[in-house]
Design a protein around this ligand. Structure first.
Ligand code: ADP
Length: 473
C-alpha cells in the first residue's frame, strides 16, 4: 500500500513543474556542452592538419634551400633520422634518385600511391608549385604527402617528396578530446545539481502558494499569499489576496443574509401568528380588539411582502433581466411630486428643504429614479435627522442631485460597504427595522443608467448621497 503511494508520488513528481523545469535546464546545458565539445573537436582536427602541412612545408623548404650545396644530403639524412619524416626525390618520369629506404636501415618509405603519374598529376593540378595530399597505406595509417619541384632538367622535373603519418597527431588530438570530455562531464555533473536546486528554489513560492490555497479551500480566510519572490508570483499573490478578501466578504454577506433573512422574515411571521392566535382565543368576539389585531397582521404582511419584493427586485436588477424604459423628463418636478406624496403620508412631520433649479431635464427610467429617490428619502427619515435637504441643479452640462440629512452619518470606513446587499451599519441596533437591500437597489439602478454616484458623510452633516445625470436636450 505504502509502496503504491510512493510510486504515485513519483509519478506526480515526474509530471510536476519541478521535473519539467529541471529537465529543460539540464537538456539545455547538456546541449550547450555537447555542441561545444563537437565544435572544439572539429576545429582541433582542422588546426592539427594545418599544422602538419605547415611542418612538412617548412621541412621541405629547409632541404630545397641547400639543394645545390654540399649540405644537401646531410640535411636529408638529418630529417630522415629524426624518425618522423620519410623523404624521397624522383624525376617526373618515375626514376627515384634518393630514397629513405637507401639511407636508413630502420626507417622505410611507406606503401602509399606516389608513382610518377600520380605525382605529376598532383603537381600539374597545383597552382602554388607544391601539393599536399592525404594517402592511406594498406595498414590504414594515414600519411600526409608533400611534394615540390627541386629542379627542372630540360622539361624533366626533379621532385622532392616528404611525408609524415598522422598517428602522433591523432594521439594528441585524442588526448585533447578526452580532456574536453572530462571537463564536459564535470560541468554536466555540476549542472545537474545546480539545475535541481535552482528549479527547486524557483518553485518554492509556487509550492507555498499551493499550500496556502489548500488552507483557503478548507475555508480559512485568514490566509495571506506571500510576496517578495519574483514579479509574476507577486502578481499572482496580489490577485489571490484580493480573491481571499472577496471570498471573506461573500462569506460575511452570506452569514449576514441568513441572519437578515431569518430576522426579517421571522419577525413578521411570528407576529402574524401571535396576533392570529390572539384573535382566535381572546379578541374573536370583541370587534374593536379584533380589528386592532387584524391591522397588525395586515401591517406585518405588508412588511414581509415589501421585503420579498425588494429582494426579488434586486435579484432581477443584478441578473440583468430588468428592462429600463428611458424617457426625457424634468428631475426637479419628479422630486417635487415625490416630496408632496411623502409629506402627505409622513406622520412624524419631518422637515424637508428642497432647492430645485427649474427645468432640469434628464433621460432616464422614471419609475426606477423614483425608487432611488424614495429609498434615499426614507433612509434619511429612518437613519438621519432633520432638516432633510434635496438639491437639484445644473452644472457643466450635468444635472446634480444631492440628498443630505443632518443625522449621525455613516462612519468613514463603512461608507464603501453600505451599497452591499444586506449590509447594515448597526444590524442589531436602530437599523434592524430595514433589510439592508435599499441601497443595493439604488446602486444597481444608478449603474444601469451609467450614472456617477457616491456617498459621503462630512462633518456637520449626516448621510450625503449624490448623483450626476447628463443633462438631456
Ligand atoms: P435598508 O433597506 O435596511 O434601509 P439600506 O441598504 O437602504 O438598508 O441601507 C444600508 C445601511 O446604510 C443602513 O442599515 C444604515 O445603517 C446605513 N444608512 C443608509 N442611509 C443612511 C443615512 N442617511 N444615515 C446613516 N446611515 C445610513
Amino acid at each position: 500500500m505504502q509502496s503504491k503511494e510512493r510510486i504515485n508520488k513519483w509519478k506526480i513528481e515526474l509530471h510536476g513543474l519541478h521535473m519539467k523545469l529541471f529537465s529543460i535546464f539540464l537538456i539545455t546545458i547538456l546541449g550547450i556542452v555537447l555542441s561545444f565539445i563537437i565544435v572544439q573537436t572539429c576545429s582541433l582536427r582542422k588546426q592539427m592538419f594545418r599544422d602538419l602541412e605547415d611542418d612538412l612545408k617548412s621541412t621541405a623548404q629547409s632541404i630545397s634551400a641547400v639543394y645545390s650545396s654540399n649540405a644537401y644530403m646531410s640535411s636529408i639524412r638529418t630529417v630522415i633520422n629524426s624518425g618522423e619524416y620519410r623523404v624521397r626525390t624522383m624525376m617526373e618520369d618515375g626514376k627515384i634518385l634518393i630514397d629513405t629506404n637507401d639511407l636508413s636501415f630502420y626507417i622505410h618509405w611507406p606503401d602509399i600511391t606516389c608513382d610518377a603519374s600520380t605525382v605529376s598529376r598532383l603537381l600539374n593540378a597545383s597552382e602554388t608549385g607544391y601539393f599536399v595530399s592525404l594517402q592511406e597505406d594498406p595498414e590504414q595509417v594515414q600519411w600526409v604527402l608533400y611534394g615540390q619541384v627541386l629542379a627542372n632538367w630540360d622539361g624533366n622535373k626533379e621532385i622532392l617528396l616528404i611525408t609524415k603519418n598522422t598517428q602522433n597527431m591523432i594521439e594528441k588530438m585524442k588526448r585533447q578530446v578526452y580532456l574536453l570530455i572530462k571537463v564536459g562531464l564535470v560541468i554536466m555533473a555540476a549542472a545537474f545539481f545546480v539545475c535541481w536546486f535552482v528549479s527547486k528554489i524557483y518553485l518554492k513560492p509556487i509550492e507555498e502558494i499551493t499550500k496556502r490555497a489548500a488552507s483557503l479551500s478548507k475555508g480559512d480566510y485568514s490566509v495571506v499569499f506571500p510576496k517578495g519572490s519574483y514579479k509574476e508570483i507577486d502578481t499572482l499573490s496580489d490577485v489571490l489576496n484580493q480573491s481571499v478578501e472577496q471570498f471573506a466578504s461573500y462569506e460575511q454577506m452570506r452569514r449576514d443574509m441568513i441572519a437578515s433573512l431569518s430576522h426579517d422574515m421571522r419577525t413578521p411571521l411570528t407576529m402574524i401568528k401571535a396576533y392570529a392566535e390572539m384573535i382566535q382565543t381572546i379578541s374573536g368576539e370583541n370587534r374593536e380588539k379584533r380589528n386592532e389585531h387584524l391591522s397588525v397582521i395586515i401591517q406585518q404582511s405588508d412588511n414581509l411582502s415589501a421585503f420579498i419584493t425588494a429582494t426579488l427586485d434586486l435579484s432581477k436588477l443584478q441578473s440583468g433581466t430588468a428592462e429600463l424604459h428611458f424617457e426625457k423628463y424634468m428631475l426637479d418636478r419628479q422630486v417635487s411630486t415625490i416630496l408632496e406624496r411623502i409629506r402627505v403620508c409622513d406622520q412624524d412631520g419631518h422637515e424637508f428643504q428642497a432647492f430645485l433649479e427649474k427645468d432640469c431635464q434628464i433621460e432616464a427610467d422614471y419609475s426606477r429614479i423614483e425608487q432611488i429617490l424614495t429609498n434615499l428619502l426614507s433612509n434619511a427619515m429612518k437613519y438621519g435627522k432633520d432638516p432633510i435637504e434635496i438639491h437639484v441643479r445644473r452644472k457643466d452640462g450635468n444635472i446634480l442631485l444631492d440628498i443630505i440629512d443632518h443625522g449621525d452619518g455613516i462612519p468613514e470606513d463603512k461608507l464603501h460597504l453600505i451599497w452591499t446587499r444586506y449590509y447594515m451599519v448597526n444590524p442589531y441596533g436602530k437599523d434592524s427595522a430595514g433589510a439592508g437591500v435599499g441601497l443595493s437597489i439604488v446602486k444597481e439602478i444608478a449603474e444601469l443608467h451609467n450614472l456617477s454616484y457616491g456617498v459621503k458623510s462630512p462633518n456637520g452633516y449626516g448621510g450625503w448621497f449624490w448623483f450626476r445625470f447628463p443633462e438631456a436636450q
